[in-house]
Design a binder for this molecule. Structure first.
Ligand SMILES: [Zn+2]
Length: 229
């Protein structure tokens, strides 16, 4: 399916994106810079580096899914399944849980992931220019994410290491749920807000202040509790 209009403007066809994709995915696509040369769209199989589909890579994917090995650094399959089960049971909107699933599988359209698929020439963060834009960098270490967490009233009961993946943090938070109820939901909703804001900024939008992202995340968690139970 061709969504890019290669004309004089070489821009995304926003109407077509709106027609075919969910709002969050549309925002993520709009955040992908287009090549200055007029190349045709092509289908890319995300499970191997060449981007080409092979039966072997599909087979490996199925085996990985069965073993649960796509779930970060958890210790065993059962623990990973338990973790996913807990995430899908959270009191959060479906789109936010879907975000957590994508972040956990490391399949969000971060610059790092786009560079791996050769969609962008490099994976450098366009906001700070300081690091590879991994999902963790965007959500916790980049300047605009730091501003959010600085303004946050909830302190995490541990420090997130630069090597941690999204699932590592969720796993650590699950262990602390008894200390602070709803911490996991609030954390995921805040990460979702940061990611959404990152996509808006990359699409040329103004973006939101850290406080506004936090307020919105907190409202989303509270409102879901109030109206869905
Ligand atoms: Zn950055």
């Amino acid at each position: 399916m061709k969504v890019m209009e290669n004309g004089a403007s070489n821009e995304w066809d926003i109407d077509k994106l709106g027609q075919w994709f969910l709002l969050d995915d549309k925002d993520a696509i709009l955040g992908i810079p287009l090549s200055s040369t007029s190349t045709s769209d092509r289908l890319v199989w995300a499970e191997n580096k060449s981007g080409k589909f092979t039966v072997k890579s599909a087979y490996t994917l199925v085996l990985d899914e069965q073993k649960g090995s796509g779930l970060g650094h958890c210790s065993n399959g059962m623990a990973r399944r338990k973790l996913w089960k807990a995430i899908w049971k959270l009191h959060l909107l479906q789109k936010i849980k879907l975000f957590a699933w994508k972040a956990g599988r490391d399949i969000l359209a971060s610059k790092e992931n786009l560079a791996k698929r050769k969609i962008t020439p490099d994976g450098v963060c366009e906001f700070c220019g300081d690091a590879v834009e991994t999902i963790g960098h965007t959500l916790w270490f980049c300047d605009h994410a730091k501003e959010v967490w600085r303004n946050s009233k909830f302190a995490l009961p541990f420090e997130i290491s630069a090597t941690w993946k999204f699932l590592d943090v969720l796993k650590a938070l699950l262990r602390c749920e008894h200390l602070r109820p709803r911490l996991l939901e609030l954390f995921i909703a805040t990460c979702w807000g940061i990611w959404k804001n990152r996509n808006e900024l990359r699409a040329g939008g103004k973006g939101k202040a850290g406080r506004s992202i936090l307020r919105n995340a907190s409202l989303l968690v509270e409102e879901y509790r109030m109206f869905k139970i």
